[in-house]
Ligand binder design. Sequence first.
Ligand SMILES: [Zn+2]
Length: 406
Amino acid sequence: MSSLLLKDASQVVTAPATPMRGRAMRDLVVMEHASVYIDAGVIKAVGPLQQIEDSIDASVTVIEMAGKCIMPGMVDSHTHLVFAGTREEEFGQKIAGATYQEIAAAGGGILKTVRDTRQASKEELIEIDLKYLTSALRHGTTTMEIKSGYGLDLETELKILDVVQTLKKTQPVELIPTFIGAHAVPPGKSVSQYAQEVIAMMPLVADKAEFCDVFCESGYFGLEETHAILEAARQHGLKLRLHANQFSNNNGARLAVEMGALSVDHLEQISTEEIALLAGSDTCATLLPGVSLFLNYGYPPARQLIDAGCIVALASDFNPGSCMCLNMQLIYSLACTQMRMTPAEAFTAVTANAAYALDRPQLGVIAAGAQADVLVIEALHYGMIPYFYGENHVNMVIKKGEIVAG
Ligand SMILES: [Zn+2]
């Protein structure tokens, strides 16, 4: 493993710790004219060169960083990356005014993706996903959660989780698999019948996933089914996360807190009471502004969540129906312009807090002893990322101490 000295950057920027809560999310550590020394995959020293040079090995590879920023690799803590096919025709139909029911009647929507994914081989899925992961990495994502959920049967859910296991070994983005058999209800089955099937899948998927998730929403999986599925998941050693409060308020956020889920995601329709509950808990509120942009509906109340003291993270929710976007820099920008998060708060939300949401406290910060997941940004100030939006500002990506892009 090589050692690297990233020498004399305009700024080295990091959240001070993982996680940060409420308005403390804006208390970034910004070191000007600082350097970062990396050895054996770990950050060994950070600070002005004259303070750290005694610790640096003579054989180090030196890379000049003048005019650039250094920040932690971004963590995308909510994606549905493994699926076959795309739905650009349906996108056009929706914009032209077609309703959800008309699209479903014409064979579109999530069930189209389920059909395509069931038909695809593992090799086909791997080929598609490698392209997506390469794009995400070039845009600065060094760690990503990936959910199953386009199988809705045991065979395909296992196939998706196997694809994630293969992708873990064949490309540099660190992947964390989540089982979400309860993503939708397959045609011809009742919710309670299918929830029982998902519970029966648990012992067979448990060693291929780290987390279990449920789409908790009226018309999908209600509180009772969600509780039963998550309880079964916990008994099989899986950690918990939840899709909740997206289209309606069904108290999913409360359930997530009560069950000790590490993250509850979406929250477009969260009540003041649930915000207070979340603020008093260790459950992370993960917001997905790319979905609000793409579906053209309201954004979650990021300001209220932060002002109340919640741990807030940001993620893409990359999926073919509601967010075809892998660019976390754009998600960062949307959080600022559309949800009024400050550039510093949103920085913490795409790094340290997103790492927390995936139970990876050693990621998401630049500090001695942290895993060396580092981005070099082509700017004098990190605030250029949300400000100069739609642009790829990433100049170099370092994962576990190795240069993997740029
Ligand atoms: Zn999702």
